[in-house]
Ligand binder design. Structure first.
Ligand code: SF4
Ligand code: SF4
Length: 128
């Protein structure tokens, strides 16, 4: 499962991910990270059996953790199945199935590229 970490000012310079990996022994994968001197937003892929443990370890360190269950939503009444999002998405979230575009939300890392690229403005990130 993917987790979104919101890292607040004051702790952004701490070795948060390394210390959580050492504590939980979870094989996490960093899928996206936007970090600057004052805050950060990180998407991690975490093995299902370790999700709860990893969430609690980050929360004890002051990190806000949000599971990315439905990261992007589509307005079906606006979508014309043009396929632009199929080409744009770096993680292969969208694909064609019987000439319709379908989504596998579990692959989304909330990069926002499809939202900008959709000619119909049919896609929206779920922000928490
Ligand atoms: S880019 Fe927009 S309109 Fe085109 S298939 Fe994707 S969601 Fe639908
Ligand atoms: S936000 Fe859109 S382009 Fe980015 S990973 Fe998710 S579905 Fe793909």
């Amino acid at each position: 499962m993917k987790l979104m970490l919101h890292v607040a000012p004051g702790i952004v310079r701490h070795p948060l991910i390394a210390s959580v990996i050492l504590e939980t022994e979870a094989l996490v994968n960093i899928e996206r990270a936007s970090i600057n001197a004052v805050s950060g937003e990180i998407v991690l892929e975490v093995p299902p059996e370790k999700v709860q443990e990893v969430m609690e370890a980050f929360e004890r360190r002051g990190v806000r953790v949000v599971p990315l269950e439905i990261p992007v939503i589509r307005d079906e009444s606006e979508c014309v199945n043009c396929g632009a999002c199929v080409s744009i998405c770096p993680t292969g979230t969208f694909r064609f199935e019987d000439w319709r575009v379908v989504a596998d939300s579990g692959k989304c890392i909330q990069c926002g590229a499809c939202v900008v690229g959709c000619p119909q403005r049919a896609l929206k990130l779920v922000l928490k």
